[in-house]
Design a protein. Structure first.
Length: 405
């Protein structure tokens, strides 16, 4: 049973983070953002600057009072029941802990605040990480949307035209657009007069009329009137002929180019720039697939980080010695602990440089059973991947749901 005076010693929950920063560019703007965390006259290249961030309760006394009330209610309920029933008291305490957790998650009842301190444990007021960090996230595409690559490269070209005013390309572009609009306006003049005549028969022209004119704009040309093709050797290929993996790769490259080319001059100097690239998720017929290569097999956390998935694909070239000792065991372990199918293709045989690889490509089911396997040499293996069997394994033994990390 939780005692009534427990709240006197209750430590309220909080999250603490320590941000360590080293500067290789002693820019004045950047130093100003960090001046509260270290003396300005103490700045030097690669000096470590510490920022302590704490996310804690805004009204600690109010929270403790609410916890006190919950404990009091728990005590009354416990006294009204048979105190000899230890199992019943355990259930009451578990319920109390659940109520406290709900209180922590209740946004209307519990508010939090973010505070910063320097390495002397002095609070720094009016500081925001937004003034220090600039974070750009490049997301992976999960669908073969039309014109994904054309759109990203259109933005790159547009930014180059916008920034290239010094070379008078902007003025030349505008002059050409003006000529195009003049040609369009002259071409549709007859249609304009015809429609105006019809309107005049219905209503006097001084009340209603219409004018047709060219309305081509620079952004229309860059977005709609320029064709974006991608070369493979001497051939130019429409982007919809590429697979999702290739499109993701080129899209990420394009986003990085756009991020750099669209940066305002010297604006990056006043902030720490962090570029985050989301790893593309591989799906085949709506089945999530995790990936690894050879030595990755020895690190289970590498695959846990990719969950959820149903199939693990791993090409490898284990040497004969390590393969004979560990290959089957490691593959089976990855299949069992992730409750997934494992498709492992392995080089096997004697190589020209004298190296010998183990081979033994195999397919393993979520229960750790080997469905198909090759010896050391070349060959092809096949096995049926049963989605219902996979789900039954995860239902009967819900280990993935019970894991804490």
């Amino acid at each position: 049973m939780i005692k009534n005076d427990s709240q006197k010693h209750l430590e309220t929950p909080k999250l603490e983070f320590r941000l360590k920063i080293k500067l290789d560019d002693l820019n004045e703007d950047l130093i100003t953002n960090l001046s509260e965390f270290t003396p300005i006259n103490d700045f030097s290249r690669n000096k470590e600057i510490i920022i302590n961030a704490t996310y804690a309760l805004k009204e600690e006394a109010n929270f403790l009072q609410q916890v006190k009330d919950l404990i009091q209610n728990n005590r009354i309920t416990s006294e009204n029941s048979d105190s000899g029933q230890s199992e019943h008291n355990i259930k009451l305490n578990n319920k109390l802990l659940e109520e406290i957790c709900k209180l922590l998650d209740h946004r209307n009842e519990t508010e939090y605040k973010l505070s910063f301190t320097n390495n002397l444990n002095r609070e720094v007021k009016n500081f925001s990480l937004r003034d220090l960090l600039e974070i750009k996230c490049i997301k992976a595409n999960r669908h073969l949307d039309e014109n994904v690559l054309s759109n990203v490269f259109q933005r790159i070209v547009n930014s180059l035209f916008t920034k290239n005013i010094k070379n008078n390309s902007e003025e030349l572009f505008i002059a050409e657009i003006t000529k195009i609009n003049t040609i369009i306006t002259d071409t549709v003049k007859n249609k304009n007069d015809s429609v105006s005549g019809i309107l005049g028969e219905i209503e006097q022209l001084n009340h209603i009329d219409m004018k047709l004119s060219g309305n081509v704009r620079k952004k229309d040309i860059l977005k709609k009137l320029i064709k974006y093709s991608f070369s493979d050797g001497d051939d130019y290929i429409p982007e919809d002929q590429f697979g999702l993996g290739y499109i993701n790769l080129v899209n990420i490259i394009g986003e990085i180019i756009y991020y750099i080319s669209s940066y305002e001059e010297n604006s990056h100097r006043s902030r720490i720039n962090i570029l985050v690239i989301e790893e593309p998720e591989l799906r085949v017929d709506n089945i999530a697939v995790a990936q690894g290569i050879c030595y990755d097999l020895r690190f289970p956390e590498f695959f846990r980080a990719q969950l959820p998935f149903e199939v693990l694909v791993l090409p490898a070239a284990f040497t004969y010695t390590t393969g004979k000792a560990h290959w089957n065991t490691l593959l089976t372990a990855r299949a069992i602990e992730n409750q997934c199918y494992v498709l492992a293709s392995a080089q096997g045989g004697q190589h020209q440089n004298g190296r010998r690889t183990y081979g033994h490509s195999m397919i393993i089911n979520p229960w750790g059973e080997i469905l198909a396997s090759l010896p050391e040499g070349e060959g092809v293996i096949c096995a049926e991947l049963d989605a219902e069997f996979l789900q039954s394994v995860r239902t009967k033994l819900p280990a993935l749901q019970h894991r804490l990390l």
